[in-house]
Design a protein around this ligand. Structure first.
Ligand code: NAD
Length: 261
């Protein structure tokens, strides 16, 4: 167990990739702060399951990743409850699919806030403690869309390219402090985020559900398979280990060959 007596904060971890990462970090012995929205009874079930399955402490923060003051309070809550934030996983993210000229302004602002600015606010709050202790791991869930674009995803692509740049900057600033900063760029992972964008993509491109899955989503992925949440979580665990201490400022693709094309 590589994270015994350490603390991990995972944003957007009541579902999908974030939940798998929170579980994987708990399996390595970390106390975990999970964050995100959902039915209170579902969140409580996940929180309690993490504690009982892995023998760690787990708390939930409902902090809204569009609100800088709630983000700062979330990091402070993890520090006051567990004593530190050693692993910061910026994962919360949403998607919206529309041509630029019809893209609702409030959706653009929301995606930039959740998918990009929240990572800055989390880092800003967590870095002082990491520097003081001389150890930290900051990892963000970017996307294949941090490297390449798709039409109708302007805000998402802009935010994810931003995450890749923020990762490099933070890595340089923290290089001599024992803190590594990396991002992971999955291709299509089968989660509610992907499932929920199918109707809008059907509308935007005039396609059926099967056509969106096979001709749009899996068309990008040479392996013709979705990435799994556990495959993403395994990389996070690797990045937390000692063997990964010289990996910093990297953008690691897990995309079935998508960005090799
Ligand atoms: P998901 O919809 O299953 O989970 C998103 C999580 O973010 C949920 O816990 C949700 O409650 C939380 N969230 C949403 N808005 C929030 C807010 N304002 N404040 C706090 N939490 C909020 O999605 P997912 O597919 O697991 O995506 C997670 C991350 O992975 C995102 O950053 C996404 O862009 C990225 N990603 C996903 C895929 C994919 O194919 N699913 C591919 C590449 C990257």
């Amino acid at each position: 167990m590589i994270l015994k007596s350490k603390t991990a904060v995972v944003t957007g971890s009541t579902s999908g990739i974030g939940l798998a990462i929170a579980r994987a970090l708990a399996a390595e012995g970390a106390n975990v702060l999970i964050n995100g929205f959902g039915k209170p009874e579902d969140i409580e079930k996940e929180r309690a399951a993490i504690e009982s399955e892995y023998g760690v402490k787990c708390i939930h923060s409902p902090a809204d990743m569009t609100k800088p003051d709630e983000i700062a309070a979330m990091i402070a809550l993890a520090e006051s409850t567990f004593g530190s934030v050693d692993v910061l996983m910026n994962n919360a993210g949403i998607q919206f699919v529309s041509p630029i000229e019809e893209f609702p302004i409030e959706k653009w602002d929301q995606i930039i806030a959740i998918n990009l600015s929240s990572a800055f606010h989390c880092m800003r709050a967590a870095i002082p403690g990491m520097k003081k202790r001389g150890w930290g791991r900051i990892i963000s869930t970017a996307s294949a869309h941090s490297l390449v674009a798709s039409p109708f995803k302007s805000a998402y692509v802009a935010a994810k390219h931003g995450i890749a740049g923020l990762t490099k900057t933070a890595a340089l600033e923290l290089a001599t402090h024992g803190v590594t900063v990396n991002c992971i760029s999955p291709g299509y992972v089968w989660t509610p985020l992907v499932e929920n964008q199918i109707p809008d993509t059907m509308k935007a491109r005039g396609l059926t559900r099967d056509q969106v899955i096979n001709d749009v989503l899996l068309d990008s992925q040479p392996t013709k398979q979705f990435v799994t949440v556990d495959e993403v979580a395994a990389i996070v665990v690797f990045l937390c280990g000692d063997a990964a201490k010289q990996i910093t400022g990297a953008n690691l693709s897990v995309d079935g060959g998508w960005t090799a094309e």
